[in-house]
Design a binder for this molecule. Sequence first.
Ligand SMILES: Cc1cc2nc3c(=O)[nH]c(=O)nc-3n(C[C@H](O)[C@H](O)[C@H](O)COP(=O)(O)OP(=O)(O)OC[C@H]3O[C@@H](n4cnc5c(N)ncnc54)[C@H](O)[C@@H]3O)c2cc1C
Length: 449
Amino acid sequence: MIKENNYIWDNWAGNQSCLAENYFEPETEEQIIEIVQLAVKNKKKIRVVGSGHSFSPIAISNEILISLKKHRKLIAANRDSITCQGGMYLHELYTIMKTNQLSFPNFGVINKQTISGALATGTHGSGLTHKSLSAQIEKLRIITASGDPMEITRDTLWKINDKEFNLWEAASISLGLFGIVTEVTLKCEPLFYLKSEESVIDFNEFLESMDDYARCYEYFKAWWFPHTDKVYLFKAKRIEKDQYNKKDQWIQYTEEQKKRDIEIDILTTPLFVKSNHNPSIIPEINSYCLNYFFTPRTKIGNSFEILVHEETIPMVVSEYGLSMLNNNHKKALKEFRDTLERSEQKIHFPIDLRYTAAEDSLLSPSYQQNTFYIGMCVREYREKKTHPSMQLFFEVMKKYNARPNWGKLSDLSKIALEEIFPGINDFRELRNNMDPNGIFLNKFLKTFL
Ligand SMILES: Cc1cc2nc3c(=O)[nH]c(=O)nc-3n(C[C@H](O)[C@H](O)[C@H](O)COP(=O)(O)OP(=O)(O)OC[C@H]3O[C@@H](n4cnc5c(N)ncnc54)[C@H](O)[C@@H]3O)c2cc1C
């Protein structure tokens, strides 16, 4: 097992870093247990890092840091489930799934995270009938704070005094607080095929019709290009395999468009770098990119080809989930647009607009509510200090009781977490009981848990 002292770790976006006293890359579960026992003996805190794709300081530790990059093998691929070790990267998992003609019902946008990292923060995609990736968890094997292996399934109950808790509901979006995930079993479905249509509409028309689109298309998301008043729609429906096989007859996705999609990062990176010194050019960049790169098209592909993308250029991202009751989500989106246009702030595209179905994980932004997510980014920004445009976004989201995505940036200090996450006290009680000495806590998590 690799061990290093005084190890410097940075996340993918470059906005979070830490200096860990000890860093380990264990290969076996026995070695992971040894590290937990060492931490208990020396009263040290442990965090596991996945691939560092969280923008929040959720993974960092100044004491013991572990990476499971050497613990990432496939264990079993069955007809309706897949089991792998906790450190497997999503792109590796997806390759195995494709080979076995398997799919998840939905995916987060990219494939570079580790499976345990993606599950720990509730990584989600978009579709009003689809929950986050964590909803696929059949079984988690963890090493608990006492150094013991434990298996958690949907029916695992945990008793504290006379109160019984469903442990799956807490551990499925765990923030890494219940133990080190060494093995995961996820429910799958047969690989499926999609026809995706992309087009542009006006912002006001989008506000009127967004929920109708979300109900009509199983997969629906949108990118608002701020300062242009235009929204780019991604709508997709399932098709039969024989339609997929005849895809050349259907597809309206030209070689020129494909070439531009590949070029987009190379061509736009210098523009974003420049715009961080001169934000007044951002509206023009957004407008140019919309017109040049985001032209209407129809694509046919399997679920991975349509819903999963390669990584993008560095950026920091914030995302909040909003209740759809009484049009709360539409009011929040409109207020964000109006506030932004009144302010001096300029924001890079896209404002990512997505839907996710209500689910049971206690810390999910979609806990017991169908949810509309608004995500914003600042590209090529690696500073620790919150960007002022993001601060503006936080302020509007707070007014609408929006729930933060744990892997992304948010202002938790200003939020009454008990009010917006009705399950948080159960989560806290379980965490306190399972890890009374807080060996899996870091400074960031300690402030609100
Ligand atoms: C370009 C980009 C696109 C993204 N797209 C989406 C998206 O579409 N939807 C969405 O919801 N999110 C998205 N995210 C956020 C991302 O999915 C999450 O932040 C995810 O947690 C990152 O996974 P990771 O492997 O990098 O984990 P890290 O960021 O390294 O860690 C995340 C958490 O997982 C814990 N953890 C990791 N491994 C283990 C383990 N084995 N046992 C216990 N705890 C563990 C860590 O301690 C930490 O708390 C995106 C991020 C980026 C950079």
